[in-house]
Design a protein around this ligand. Structure first.
Ligand code: UDX
Ligand code: UDX
Length: 464
């Protein structure tokens, strides 16, 4: 199959950057990214490259280099599907909020809608690539829909999970640790389809980093990778609480164990809890799959990673209340950071949301500053929890244009995202404008505690 046109359904955090990099690395292929969300598409097409809807270091330049040449963003889903030989599905698969598997299973309604749409439109053979993280055996469902509702054309389904992390997406895409492609390796047609995708990645990724497997291994590997990464964070966070009680310092412990080459240094940073669109969703998914096969021990084992993470967030909020003399009612508490980690404007499952929610329950006034997150996002994150009315959230939370304004008159500061710029502030100035005693709760172990203590802050970091 000679590939001249690729389409991707879903112009989000995964679809957008992935397609931008494919377009840049494969100038001979026309790449079209489509999305139902008109506003999102028009922002991807904005003349001012700073207005594209996703903030990722380096992404603007990559998009600018190919947009209008062989990279297009459009709402014309049908045309893009019709013309492409390969269709990536990169729509979101949130945790179900209703019905059976509520709060645990992945909601596959968007995936199914995409499959039906592809089946209806396709007039020639297509390769359909699952890019979204999906529960094991989803490919089977997609295949069944395509084969039973299609126009008699041939579909090959591949699983090509995305391992990019937000904030480093461009780098992760340009030099990935590995690319994983799962397909029907038992048939000649399946192997051909796998090779088509291998050839595309080979334009910039070394062959020995492109791994091919059967489709179920590929789907399960993605869930497994995220579960293992999240487990490391929960493991070190569990130790952080013990460190606080014993006088050990979690940073020192992390360094000491990270130098063991069997353990390695990454993902051992104690924090206020992991967030992001993937970890919790994928583990819940794993738990749900295990339960549905009656594997209760397996399910409980992985569920504990989430329980630990919830505990870490709650513990952080409780500690703020207790330290501020058991009451935060009407006290201004400044939040530095709202995104789930630095270098992204994504806030999905960010710990900040849950900590704000707990503190608002205690009638605190939350003052938020994040360099990249918009005010509307902060409110919609809180409203989504449905803990209280939108009016009440508005009344208790204010966002600010600068950290200095957010901290002015505050009783305490909570550092919730590890943005680099926070360390460069004039902390003496911030201190001078706060209520005394002035507290800092460093949920990211980001700050120089000794320097802050010298200024006069009462400083507490996770795990020390
Ligand atoms: C991705 C993956 O798809 C998800 O499975 C993974 O776990 C996290 O990363 P992401 O790109 O981050 O999701 O999601 P999002 O930024 O929400 O983008 C999805 C896009 O798909 C949205 O812009 C949405 O409008 C679009 N969409 C959704 C469609 O175009 N059609 C649909 O039917 C549903
Ligand atoms: C993750 C996976 O890393 C990526 O491979 C997958 O495809 C999607 O999910 P992402 O959610 O973008 O990526 O961010 P990641 O860097 O993994 O961080 C997740 C959360 O864990 C963040 O809230 C981060 O702050 C937290 N974390 C990470 C820690 O608290 N400590 C650490 O040591 C590492």
């Amino acid at each position: 199959m000679n590939i001249t046109k690729i389409c991707c359904i879903g112009a989000g955090y995964v679809g957008g950057p992935t397609m931008a990099v494919i377009a840049q690395k494969c100038p001979h292929i026309e790449v079209t990214v489509v999305d139902l969300n008109e506003e999102r598409i028009s922002r991807w097409n904005d003349e001012d490259i700073n207005n594209i809807p996703i903030y990722e270091p380096g992404l603007g330049e990559i998009v600018a280099s190919s947009r209008g040449r062989n990279l297009f963003f459009s709402t014309d889903v049908e045309k893009a599907i019709h013309e492409a030989q390969i269709i990536f599905i990169s729509v979101n698969t949130p945790t179900k909020t209703y019905g059976s598997g509520k709060g645990m299973a992945a909601d596959l309604k968007y995936i199914e809608l995409c499959a039906r749409q592809i089946a209806r439109i396709a007039k020639d053979d297509k390769i359909v690539v699952e890019k979204s993280t999906l529960p094991v055996r989803t490919a089977e469902a997609i295949k069944s829909i395509l084969d039973h509702t299609g126009n008699g054309v041939q579909f090959q389904i591949l699983s090509n999970p995305e391992f990019l992390a937000e904030g480093t997406a461009v780098q992760d895409l340009i030099s990935p640790d590995r690319v994983l492609i799962g397909g029907d390796n038992q048939t000649a047609e399946g192997r051909d389809a796998i090779n088509v995708l291998v050839d595309i990645y080979s334009n910039w990724v070394a062959k020995d980093r492109i791994l091919t497997t059967n489709i179920w291994s590929s789907e399960l590997s993605k869930l497994t990778a995220n579960a293992f990464l999240a487990q490391r964070v929960s493991s070190i966070n569990a130790m952080s609480e013990l460190c606080e009680k014993t006088g050990a310092d979690v940073n020192e412990v992390a360094k000491a164990i990270g130098m063991d080459s069997r353990i390695g240094p990454k993902f051992l940073k104690a924090s206020v809890g992991f967030g992001g669109s993937c970890f919790q969703k994928d583990i819940l998914n794993l738990v749900y799959i295990a339960k549905s096969f009656g594997l209760h021990q397996v399910a409980n084992y992985w569920e504990q990673v989430i329980i630990m993470n919830d505990h870490q967030k709650r513990r952080f909020a409780n500690n703020i209340v207790q330290t501020l003399y058991n009451t935060v009612a009407d006290k201004k508490i400044a939040f530095l950071g709202w995104a789930f980690k630095k270098d992204t404007n994504d806030t999905r499952e960010s710990s900040a949301i849950y900590i704000a929610n707990d503190l608002i329950n205690e009638q605190a006034k939350i003052a938020v500053f994040d360099p990249k997150v918009l005010e509307t996002q902060v409110y919609s994150d809180l409203d989504y929890l449905e803990t209280r009315s939108a009016e009440k959230n508005k009344k208790n939370v204010t966002t600010y244009e600068t950290a200095y304004e957010a901290c002015k008159g505050a009783h305490a500061i909570a550092i919730l995202t590890e943005w680099d710029e926070f360390t460069a502030y004039d902390w003496q100035h911030i201190y001078d404008n706060m209520q005394k005693p002035a507290f800092i709760f460093d949920g990211r172990n980001l700050m120089n505690g000794e320097m802050l203590k010298k200024i006069g802050f009462i400083y507490q970091a996770i795990g020390s």
